[in-house]
Design a protein around this ligand. Structure first.
Ligand code: NOJ
Length: 583
């Protein structure tokens, strides 16, 4: 088949998919079937789908291996859609599965419009989309906007000569002198952010690895090509994108040096304050344009937005809500202790921002929450407590695969075992991100049932107890707790659309809040301490009588000995109490 035939075959597939959606009465990113509970919930509300949805991030290398070669794949994901549906997932975000030399495990893309053969084919991907639609599960792709792989044909052309057609698609500059980069910018993955290339005796810029040259977003042709790749996937039925590294799209055109702070970072480099190569205002112009394209397809844009404060995060929603639908609030992930006051501060800040909050506990770059919050004694209980928190707040949660099992990090023990290049560079201070990317734990057989071949990363030893099959049978497991909370979240108007009011905000041990909508009140009470707590909820300002009856919906441990709001409410260590309050 020549290129023209491939292109027309692709166009035909896209056309068939579009017709299929139209015939079923759905917009392009609207799945055709939903469970009864989800249907009734969304029918009652005018909220856009992504506000009611639960998102689930999965790392394709590690989720499910259909061909038993030790690497996960697209058909593996498709085979687990029923598991995800039963869990209560509405959309999956797949980290990059495009063709890639895999230096940064997919975040170095060499073809934006295909699937890496390691993971399958476009036909496999189309099947995933359509099987997802049957179950009401949308597919979100990862859009690596800032850089390509150095093996991408665009870069190969760009580096070939100073007059190459795509020379200006990347950032090429003269050095300050022989062997001297154009300025003092440091790559976030170690060393200078400039690499000298002997072919044309110039340096190119790379914020991440040298194998990930930055695209020049000031070039309109780059914008056009990149926007078109999003259209390619929307036409295949993709419901949106998670945008990688949006902060770093633009650089100061004069390439001014960054100020240098005292000390050295974990890779031994000077610490530069990235004021000239991150968060430039031009980022927002591009996000608005990208949003325009997404709106043509009713798609959602989720941002990898690392911000220092809420004002910065607010800018990513756009002045008129015309940039990202869902910028992630990573400040929430930085509360690395069970501190009600710290969580309150973050929750109140994002709730007052005017934007729709997006909560994440961990991901493929952030150590697993089981590790970060566990005290070594009550870890399973704490995993439930954290689930009860981020799944009942006002906003959209993005889960990370395996969190629902209580998966732990499995950090490499020896430098020679490390796969993530920054782990080799930073060893032993920084062991890289392998630990949070290990295979999903499906059962207690060899390799956690992920594969019959040796997996690309070793499974975490806790798979013997923390796995889908065993937790499925245990009514008290973390998995079944997640299922219960997610089911409640899909059914209860107060959790879907309700406002958020903090209760007992001075309590140093217990985080409590009220969610209410359509005359329904729900309270969430979380004991973040290792001691039993007995509290009286202060709802005097909330128009709720202390004699109001309580209907417990989800509790951990032995439950709570109270029938009405007058309490007291006795909570076990790390206990969870979620109840409906009648007025
Ligand atoms: C952010 C991604 O989450 C991370 O995994 C990756 O290494 C960098 N961006 C570079 O693409």
């Amino acid at each position: 088949m020549n290129c023209r035939h491939v292109a027309s075959a692709r166009a035909l597939v896209a056309l068939i998919l579009t017709i299929a959606f139209t015939v079923s009465g759905c917009s392009k990113s609207q799945p055709t079937s939903q469970t009864a509970t989800q249907q009734s919930a969304s029918q009652q509300s005018a909220a856009p789908w992504w506000k009611h949805a639960v998102f689930y991030e999965l790392y394709p290398r590690s989720f499910a291996d259909s061909d038993n070669n030790g690497l996960g794949d697209i058909n593996g994901i498709t085979s687990k859609l029923d598991y995800l549906k039963q869990l209560g997932v509405d959309a999956i975000w797949i980290t990059p599965c495009y063709p890639s030399p895999q230096v940064d495990f997919g975040y170095d893309v060499s073809d934006y419009e295909n699937i890496d053969p390691q993971y399958g084919t476009l036909a496999d991907f189309d099947r995933l989309v359509s099987e997802g639609q049957k179950r009401g599960i949308r597919i979100i792709m990862d859009f690596v906007m800032n850089h390509t792989s150095d093996r991408h044909p665009w870069f190969i052309d760009s580096k070939s000569s100073k007059t190459a057609a795509r020379r200006d698609w990347y950032m090429w500059r003269e050095g300050k002198g022989p062997q001297q980069p154009p300025n003092n910018w440091i790559s976030t993955f170690g060393g200078s952010a400039w690499k000298w290339d002997p072919t044309t005796s110039q340096f190119y810029y790379h914020y991440f690895y040298a194998e990930q040259p930055d695209l020049n977003w000031r070039n309109p042709a780059v914008k056009q090509a990149m926007f078109d790749t999003t259209r390619f996937w929307y036409k295949r039925g993709v419901a949106g994108f998670r945008l990688d590294a949006v902060d770093t799209l633009y650089e100061d055109p004069q390439l001014k040096d960054n100020p240098i702070k005292p000390g050295r970072n974990k890779y031994g480099d000077p610490i530069d304050e990235r004021i000239n190569n991150t968060k430039l205002p031009e980022v927002h112009d591009t996000l608005r344009e990208l949003r325009g394209v997404a709106d043509e397809y009713n798609a959602v844009l989720i941002g990898e937005t690392w911000t220092d404060n809420i004002d910065e995060l607010k800018t990513y929603y756009g002045g008129h809500g015309n940039e990202l639908h869902m910028p992630m609030d990573f400040m929430f992930t930085e509360v690395n202790k069970l501190s009600p006051s710290e969580f309150r501060r973050q929750i109140n800040a994002i709730q007052s921002s005017g934007g729709w909050p997006v909560f994440v506990l961990s991901n493929h770059d952030i150590r697993r929450s089981y590790e970060r919050y566990g005290d070594g004694i009550h870890n399973d209980q704490i995993a439930k407590l954290m689930a009860a928190l981020y799944l009942t707040l006002r906003g959209t949660p993005i889960m990370y695969y395996g969190e629902e099992l209580g998966m732990q990090n499995n950090d490499p023990k020896r430098r020679e075992d490390v796969k993530d290049p920054i782990g080799k560079l930073g060893w032993p201070k920084d062991k890289g991100r392998d630990g949070e990317r290990t295979p999903m734990q499906w059962n207690n057989t060899a390799n956690a049932g992920f594969s019959t071949a040796k997996p690309w990363l070793p499974v975490t030893p806790t798979y013997r107890t923390h796995n889908v099959t065993d937790e499925d049978k245990d009514p008290d497991s973390i998995l079944n707790f997640y299922r219960r909370v997610l089911a409640l979240r899909h059914q209860h108007p107060a959790l879907l659309d309700g406002d958020y009011t903090g209760l007992n905000e001075e309590d140093p041990n217990v985080l409590a809040y009220l969610r209410r909508a359509q005359g329904k009140n729900l309270i969430v009470v979380l004991n973040m301490s290792a001691k039993p707590q007995s509290i009286h909820l202060n709802v005097a300002q909330q128009n709720i009588a202390s004699s109001s009856p309580l209907k417990p919906l989800i509790t951990t441990g032995h439950g709570v000995n109270t029938q009405t709001m007058s309490g007291p409410l006795n909570l076990e260590p790390f206990g969870v109490f979620i109840a409906e309050v009648s007025q």
